[in-house]
Design a protein around this ligand. Structure first.
Ligand code: FE2
Length: 441
């Protein structure tokens, strides 16, 4: 099976790349990425993308697929706090069935793939002795493998030490086949319990040879400092980049002296951070009077210190977040504003945080990227470069998974009528600025 994508433009963070390329695919892998027009001849399928941007697919490094599409069931989270969200979910959790989970997860996975996401890391609540959601997600993971790579994290939503048999439940999840072990140290009853929960999570992951992804310091408490404990484990065990600290919203409240010390610890440890700007802008600062804190990871500063940071969506219409479209480009846009990463290079970096930096957090290695020999999974965006894609929030024209077109959204082309001019079509692929194309001067 052959496919050639003609006249693409490779995404280069921070600038418009030179020249058009053709990408040749055989049996689901890239076999050539070369100057456009070099190769002619009979190929089974050809698509001319007219100068559109080629990018590795979006990576969703942090989402809760088991809870998606449950907002308002059995009641709405009226306070908008993390804590009421956990209480609502605890009630909804008692109603879970295998089919309920599979149906909701399939729906949101379809949204993600249509949006260009081909790698997803989903946390799955293991503080449920039935582990019904985990079994359902493992079932879905196998069924969608040819399209989307789904990583599962055993996530003890109500604690490892503070929940009855929380340690046994993550060990059982490891036995059933998760990809990573999680924890939630700031939710444990005491600081010592939080530290102990990290010891249990790390030793469980080491025993089973799994990755680690911890919900870490998701609270506006400047005293919540579990990320230094997790990073130290990552350093001393040698796990390093196989460890991720997610949310880390307490960082938004750390003083400058501690922040400096923490940058040094995290960069030495080589761990990843995942910031979830949409959901944490919504959840954090709820106990503040004015001025209200943003409650986000120190993204710009940590990137500056050499720490890998990715952006995640976190929740899609569930007790913690009533909205969401499963679109990483929306996350990148909100993230750019929320973290004040708004120079051209920083906006392009926000695109990297939903693509290449997410891939690094998920330890995807050579299974990710547009290069000869790698799986031919990528997206075609009607944009000139990553900055342009984030600014205009374009939908992927084509989503290609293992050499097969799995989603197609033709670029929108509005027809404008303007006084004194004939109706004109806007070309969203080629024109960076719509006004240059058709607006009266
Ligand atoms: Fe989360």
């Amino acid at each position: 099976m052959q496919l050639v994508i003609r006249n693409g433009r490779l995404a280069v963070p921070g600038g418009v790349p030179e020249g058009l390329v053709d990408v040749l695919i055989e049996d689901g892998r890239f076999v050539a990425v070369e100057r456009a027009g070099v190769r002619v001849g009979d190929l089974e399928q050809e698509i001319d993308v007219c100068g559109a941007m080629l990018s590795p697919p979006y990576v969703e490094p942090h989402v809760h697929m088991d809870t998606c599409l449950t907002a308002g069931e059995p009641r709405w989270n009226e306070s908008g706090t993390l804590w009421e969200g956990i209480a609502c979910w605890s009630e909804r959790k008692a109603m879970l069935t295998h089919d309920d989970v599979v149906t909701r997860v399939n729906e949101v996975l379809r949204w993600q793939v249509a949006n260009g996401v081909l790698h997803v890391r989903s946390h799955v609540d293991t503080t449920d002795p039935s582990l019904v959601a985990l079994d359902a997600l493992i079932d879905v993971r196998g069924r969608v493998r040819d399209v989307v790579n789904l990583q599962l994290v055993a996530f003890p939503q109500e604690g490892i030490v503070s929940f009855p048999d929380g340690d046994k439940l993550i060990a059982e999840a490891a036995r059933r086949g998760v990809d990573a072990i999680g924890a939630i140290p700031h939710f444990e009853d005491t600081r010592d319990d939080g530290v102990r929960s990290l010891e249990i999570a790390v030793s469980t992951a080491l025993d089973a040879g799994l990755l680690i992804d911890v919900h870490c310091d998701e609270i506006d408490d400047e005293q919540s400092r579990f990320v230094e404990v997790l990073a130290t484990h990552a350093m001393r065990t040698g796990l390093r980049g196989r460890v991720t600290a997610s949310h880390t919203t307490a960082m938004g409240s750390y003083n400058a002296a501690y922040s400096y010390k923490l940058q040094r610890i995290l960069s030495r440890a080589g761990i990843n951070l995942v910031c979830n700007p949409m959901v944490n802008l919504h959840l954090q600062g709820r106990f503040d009077a004015y001025p209200k804190r943003r409650g986000l990871t120190q993204v710009k500063e940590m990137l500056g210190a050499g720490v890998n940071v990715a952006f995640g969506h976190d929740d899609v219409m569930d007790p913690w977040f009533p909205m969401g479209t499963a679109n990483p480009l929306q996350v990148a846009h909100v993230g750019a504003l929320a973290t004040q990463m708004t120079s051209p290079a920083q906006i392009a970096e926000c695109f990297a945080m939903v693509t290449t930096r997410g891939a690094e957090a998920l330890s995807l290695g050579d299974s990710y990227g547009i290069a000869v020999g790698r799986p031919a999974s990528f997206i075609v965006l009607p944009a000139t470069d990553p900055f342009d894609a984030v600014r205009r929030q374009v939908r992927p024209w084509y989503v290609i998974a293992h050499g097969r077109v799995v989603a197609e959204t033709p670029p929108t082309a509005a027809t404008l009528t303007w006084p004194g001019q004939a109706a004109a079509k806007i070309d969203f692929v080629r024109d960076r600025d719509v006004s240059q194309a058709t607006w009266p001067r």
